[in-house]
Design a protein around this ligand. Structure first.
Ligand code: ATP
Ligand code: MG
Ligand code: MG
Length: 385
């Protein structure tokens, strides 16, 4: 079988490697250390920093095709890989996704709906952005942010004075280090995952509805509570993003759903946390679809195979709670609930806010799913006796 190279060792890489192995591929992982989640399920692992070109090139030489599981990979690292094997997504898609200024500008120029935004580099430009967009605003670092890190919600000029404006990394191509966005008063958040092949075939998954807590995804439900018309529009937006970027691989579009609009929040050119629900809920999982897309296979059927499903992230917080009761989460009790599937990423240390695993719950409708999820969630911290 052919060898797929995965750059990055986290849980997205791990679930990708499991899906690829099932289809007969050998997966090699390039990551920082051999105990990362993906390394533990890979056929082989090459360890090194992402800036070590000789290590990366030695890795790339062993692969027939290369992909990645996070977008903050230096563009020259991806360029080094692509000397030895086709690398998807390519450096231009990566450059767009790793800088919010480039991302928003690209989407706006493609006629896709984004919240109004302004460049920010210091206190003065932050205040000017607030005056122009109308307070409150959300300022985000253009680079390296995730799980809401590097974001500030500012209600007035005084709030802007409290931010350390010289703390952010500079933007690419002399772009700003920060971007300010108008606050969108959304009814709900959603996401759409799209896959596209070298020969331009495209498939989208159904719209997922996402609930965040403390800026971290908490729960994804499927089907989303949106009209059929919105569902169609969401999938069309994702397809247009993929086509506009010339994407090969998998990409997730995060959306704000207002009363009558869909607004793109951000895009991620890789498997997405919200897409974990597809493993149990759809005919093809996002990970299998990613394999199919980069290997030039026919794209899989994305339709649901159950009436309703939900995915709950298991953060390190639950381990901390269980430790207070001198134990670990009660998996036995959790799995006693019908329709529950458990995924653990094999991370060795639990920390508050760290994604350790997830639960997927399926059922005959969202009401049943929500009841099952609540019982499974409660069971996690129940007594073992
Ligand atoms: P991740 O990559 O982990 O999804 P991130 O750090 O890139 O997170 P965003 O997705 O930009 O952050 O924002 C995190 C959350 O903050 C959003 O899902 C949403 O709940 C809220 N948020 C972000 N931007 C806005 C906005 N303009 N208006 C209203 N809410 C927002
Ligand atoms: Mg993000
Ligand atoms: Mg996001």
């Amino acid at each position: 079988g052919a060898t797929i190279g995965m750059v990055g060792g986290g849980q997205l890489g791990r679930m990708f490697a499991i899906a690829a192995a099932r289809m007969g591929y050998r997966v090699g992982v390039f990551c920082g250390s051999s105990d990362e989640p993906a390394a533990e399920v890979a056929a082989f692992t090459v360890c090194g920093p992402l800036t070590d070109h000789s290590a990366i090139e030695a890795f790339a030489k062993r692969c027939d095709v290369i992909t990645l599981e996070f977008e903050n990979i230096p563009a020259d690292t991806i360029a080094a890989c692509s000397k030895h094997a086709p690398t998807f997504p390519d450096a231009s898609v990566l450059a767009m996704a790793q800088d919010r200024w480039i991302e928003k500008t690209t989407l706006r120029e493609a006629g896709l709906p984004v919240a109004a935004f302004e460049p920010v580099s210091d206190l003065e430009s932050a205040v000017a952005a607030g005056e122009k967009l109308g307070w409150p605003i959300i300022v985000k670092t253009c680079r390296s942010g995730y799980d809401g890190k590097g974001q500030h919600r500012l209600s007035c000029p005084a709030d802007a004075e409290a931010v350390q404006w010289d703390g952010a990394e500079g933007g690419a191509n002399d772009g700003p280090p920060w971007v300010a966005e108008a606050v969108v008063s959304f009814e709900r958040e959603a996401s759409v995952i799209v896959a596209r092949t070298v020969d331009e075939r495209v498939a989208t998954f159904p719209v997922f509805e996402n609930d965040h807590r403390n800026h971290i995804l908490d729960e994804t439900i499927l089907p989303a509570n949106v009209s059929a018309e919105m569902e169609g529009r969401g999938r069309e937006i994702a397809q247009r993003v993929a086509e506009h970027l010339g994407l090969v691989g998998l990409l997730c579009v995060e959306l704000f759903v207002t009363e009558d609009e869909l607004i793109v929040n951000e895009v991620a050119p890789r498997p997405h946390n919200s897409g974990h629900v597809t493993i149990e809920a759809c005919a093809t999982s996002q990970f299998e679809q990613h394999v199919r897309a980069i290997c030039g296979l026919p794209l899989g059927d994305t339709s649901m195979v159950v009436p309703a499903a939900s995915m709950l992230n298991l953060l390190g917080d639950i381990w901390e709670e269980a430790a207070k009761q001198n134990g670990i989460p009660n998996w036995e009790a959790c799995l006693a609930t019908p329709g529950v599937a458990l995924h653990l990423y094999g991370k060795h240390a639990a920390r508050v806010g760290r994604k350790m695993g997830h639960l997927t719950v399926v059922g005959s409708d969202l009401d049943e799913v929500s009841k099952r999820l609540n019982s499974a969630r409660k069971a996690l911290l129940s007594d073992r006796t």
